[in-house]
Design a protein around this ligand. Sequence first.
Ligand code: FE2
Ligand code: FE2
Length: 240
Amino acid sequence: MATVHEIAPDVFRISTMVEQAGLGFNQFLVRDEKPLLFHTGLKAMFPDIKKAVATLIDPTKLAYISYSHFEQDECGSANEWLATAPQAKIACGFVAAMVNGYDAFSRPPQPLNDGETLKTGKFSFKMIATPQVPHSWDACMLFEEKNGTLFCSDLFHQNGKTEATTTNDILPSVREAMMAYNDGPFGHYMPWTPRTRGTLQKLAALKPQTLAVMHGAAYKGDGAKALNALADVMAEVCGK
Ligand SMILES: [Fe+2]
Ligand SMILES: [Fe+2]
């Protein structure tokens, strides 16, 4: 069963622990005039995630579906959501729309350029293009500007069962997960390129207060410091 926790005002983390995979999958529902879901989760999780969303909003009133990059845990049930919510639009990055979105989704997406803002009511979201961070050409992130929540996808991935939020230093468990993935069968989970540190610094400059992480606990605290520390961990583990 998916669990629901509010990680920032009207931002809810919907989480499913998948024991066989050894990690949790999180989606984020933003409750606003035009509700937004960041990450849909896998298609197989859709009925359960829809039930969790229904505890927060009327699922047929979902207005936006957004995600970082084209993978099943990011947008696997996008079409199920489009069928559920007749007004819903996929608000994804420009590259995501061009490379996969127009062909993969049952309605054309609404592409957002780097730096473009999406308003949902009381909240506004800045689209940040982050090519190859955490991975994939189409990668991007959303930054909620009112309370400083960065929807950072696979960055800060932590394995195992975690709290919904933490103020503790998550870098040791992030490093452990990076080591396990980088050296394990998944190999090169996240690339380290000459541009990676600059992209992480661009995210740090937003000074996020909450990091809405797809796998693991959401981090509450000095997001800029955490992103700069993550750059060092990634350089060490992913750059070899
Ligand atoms: Fe991913
Ligand atoms: Fe993921």
